[in-house]
Design a protein around this ligand. Sequence first.
Ligand SMILES: Nc1nc2c(ncn2[C@@H]2O[C@H](COP(=O)(O)OP(=O)(O)OP(=O)(O)O)[C@@H](O)[C@H]2O)c(=O)[nH]1
Length: 353
Amino acid sequence: MNTKRITVFVLSGFLGSGKTTLLTQAIDHFGEMGRKTAVIMNEIGEVNLDGQLVDASVPMAELLGGCICCSSRGDLAATLHELVLSEKPDMIFIESTGVANPMEILDEITDASLILPVELKAVITVVDAPQLLELSRTSRGKTYRLMQDQIRCANLLLLNKTDLLPPSELTEVDEVVREWNEHAKLEYTVFSRVDMRLLELFEEDNEAVLHAAHTHMTDKGHEHVCTSNCDHHDHDHEHMHSEGHVQAASGHHHHTHDHVMAYTHFFEHPVNSHSFEAFVSKLPQNVYRAKGVLTFSDTPSRFMFQYAYREMDFVKITPKAEVPNVAVFIGEQFSKDAVRSALLELEREEQSL
Ligand SMILES: Nc1nc2c(ncn2[C@@H]2O[C@H](COP(=O)(O)OP(=O)(O)OP(=O)(O)O)[C@@H](O)[C@H]2O)c(=O)[nH]1
């Protein structure tokens, strides 16, 4: 019987931390090695804009308009099933939404691995270093706790956007991360650039890299790789460590994203690029992520725009397929109406010229 299993990597990390930036590099790397990669992309908004950044030849399944870790629970296993049967890839990267709790995703993948030839090799969490630093100094909110869960469940941690922090602050944020997960391999990165051989080591279950990982026995009796810090997250599973002892089960807790909301705006008319930039720069603080594909009235090409933790970026693109002019705004308890009205006003302004 052929026992070769399809490698699965989960890419975790808060909104805008650099997951897609990592994904495209990983796909290039493994593609050059002749490996067939496939992607499952989960977006909380109604459109998959990140998919535009991934090579068109890479099979991609999309889970849109919700978060795999809860609202679309069950969909991930079904999508994995379909992808495995139709594409027969060597490896699958699952990019979760920035608000996903990896524990719930791990459960679903390991459930799926009972019936499918897939094997979770690592959870890679990308951390927005400046954002974590600020939250660690100022807040103890839900975002902060979610980042904590994402960091705790990682086997590989990328402390990303280090170009935006001076060394002293980097040390401070390093301490925060280490306090939450002292076992994972930690790499400092700029634009998520990491030596991809590290991922190969995880794939080979290299002991030196995985020294800290323990076997995580779920109540259904199957295993997945999980760092020992995961047990801080409430779960009603037994945790069997590699040393063989079983930890007491704790109460179950399913986190919700009640506080997170997304507004998707489909533009009917082009808007002025400067006015749009001014609008994005004035977004309220609780809108912490935005992205879109836009045609502007004052530029000939189309642009993909990105806004993450107050940094804005516009890149010229030629969409792979027909994509509407659209922008997604993600945040906590912000007024969708206010965003919609402001954007409609920008559209009207250009119409009336
Ligand atoms: N300055 C700086 N910007 C970065 C770095 N890494 C990523 N970015 C930028 O941050 C923005 C978000 O990056 P993505 O890779 O799309 O982040 P993501 O985690 O996939 O975002 P979501 O899927 O929306 O959660 C983009 O504009 C990136 O170019 C970095 O190390 N430094």
